[in-house]
Write a protein that binds this ligand. Structure first.
Ligand code: FAD
Length: 398
């Protein structure tokens, strides 16, 4: 109902919603169990995402994109995540982290080379910033790039990279060493476009995780890996802004993942409690259970209202870093709560490792960690409030 209100006047978004639902029902739901068991998304599903036009929602039509914007991206992300949070996460890494960064910052030649295959689903994309010792403090990354003629040689590693084990195209953040004898400044970041067949590039076996098991996560290793200077995204030493702004868009789009999880938790809890009988009646007749369902419904729709409002603001060029942090903070914590409540509503059945709601809990927890932890998001919001307070105070005293 909330979404219908937001998209009532926009036929392109209504159409997108309809055919995303078709993709989910026809192509995704039949494969979810296999994807979770095999811990991998079939290449054919990426091609289907491409056929349904879901991979280039924020990209220009000349590269096969739909140019519909971030609200469209959020609608697709929520629908996919309500069927499979794992596929939703992989989808966000491919579209929002890789394709969207290339669409915004790549030059004409780079867009010509990379975007069409990513948007058609022929190639899989990823973005690599985190390292073992550079998580929350990502600016401490140690992957280096040293120039020799027209080539940069990358040395080091990246960790926790979604789609890392099978992606073909990576946006990789590194520090270019101009003078090997001097310390590297924190802000010295350069983004490179890397192809998986480049020599000296390797991947460690994919990681086994608590949740998001269908989405592949892995470590990347760079051993004197040559990247042509024509593959620099933006300018040398100037990628700090790309990384930080990219995180804002990433947080907005990722916030739709927990919303999809909440929808799935509510649907499961409602369906079970309206069928399960104890004390000779349906447990949904008990007011303590009704309160849980009502609270889950309210958290879901308040999350949606916040998310859709920010997605619209983003399409109007008004997404702030603190709102991006805030919406992911809110929806991720609400999703974990919703999954816990769904387990509670289902008792022992919900507690089974094989139950959908226990998978939702394991999947939801990731959203409190990835793209900046809940602690880091709170720090960003509090920093803005402190700034606003100081600003108001100084204008009152002047
Ligand atoms: C499944 C998965 C997929 C991922 N996908 C990607 C990807 O595609 N690309 C990519 O680049 N990265 C990816 N990441 C990495 C992710 O962004 C990092 O895990 C995240 O930034 C946190 O870093 P960390 O895990 O090293 O935790 P740490 O930074 O070590 O944090 C550990 C704890 O300390 C807290 N902490 C740290 N600093 C502070 C502080 N200043 N104040 C208060 N508390 C603090 C944290 O909040 C957390 O609770 C992924 C991670 C996971 C788990």
């Amino acid at each position: 109902m909330i979404l219908q209100t937001f998209i009532a006047d926009n036929s392109a978004l209504r159409d997108l919603y309809e055919h995303t639902q078709q993709f989910v029902k026809k192509e995704l739901i039949p494969q979810v169990k296999t994807i979770e068991q095999q811990a991998s998304i079939p290449r054919a599903l990426w091609a289907k995402l491409g056929e349904y036009g879901l991979l280039g929602l924020t990209s220009a039509a000349e590269y096969g994109g739909q140019a519909l914007g971030y609200f469209a991206q959020v609608i697709a992300m929520e629908a996919i995540s309500s069927a499979s949070a794992s596929v939703g996460l992989a989808y966000a890494a491919h579209t929002s982290l890789c394709i969207d960064q290339l669409s915004r910052y790549a030059n004409q030649q780079q867009k010509d080379t990379y975007l069409r295959d990513l948007i058609s689903g022929k190639k899989i994309g990823a973005l690599a910033m985190s390292e073992i010792d550079a998580g929350s403090d990502v600016m401490q990354m140690q992957l280096t790039a040293q120039r020799k003629d027209d080539t940069y040689f990358l040395n080091g590693h990246k960790m926790w990279i979604t789609n890392g084990p099978s992606a073909d195209i990576f946006v990789v953040y590194a520090k270019v060493i101009d003078d090997p004898s001097s310390a590297m400044p924190q802000s010295n970041l350069t983004a490179f476009i890397l192809e998986s067949h480049f020599t000296g590039f390797e991947r460690a076996p994919k990681l086994k995780k608590l949740g998001m098991c269908g989405s592949e996560t892995g470590k990347l290793i760079f051993n004197n890996c040559p990247v042509p200077s024509s593959n620099i995204l933006g300018e040398v030493h100037k990628a700090r802004h790309l990384l930080l702004r990219g995180l804002d868009y990433e947080r907005l789009v990722l916030a739709a993942g927990p919303v999809g999880i909440m929808q799935s938790a509510l649907t499961s809890a409602s369906s079970y409690t309206h069928q399960r009988k104890q004390f000779n009646q349906r447990i949904a007749n008990f007011q303590l259970i009704q309160a849980k369902l009502a609270d889950m419904y309210t958290a879901l729709n308040s999350s949606r209202a916040y998310l859709y409002t920010l997605a619209q603001a983003c399409d109007q060029g008004r997404l702030t870093y603190y709102d991006a942090a805030s919406v992911l903070l809110y929806t991720s914590e609400q999703a974990t709560k919703a999954a816990l409540e769904a387990i509670q509503c289902m008792g022992a059945k919900g507690y089974l490792e094989s139950s959908l709601v226990s998978r939702l809990l394991r999947d939801a927890k990731l959203y409190e960690i990835g793209a900046g932890t809940t602690e880091i998001r709170r720090i960003l919001i509090a920093r803005q409030l402190k700034y606003q307070y100081a600003h108001v105070r100084s204008s009152n005293t002047s």
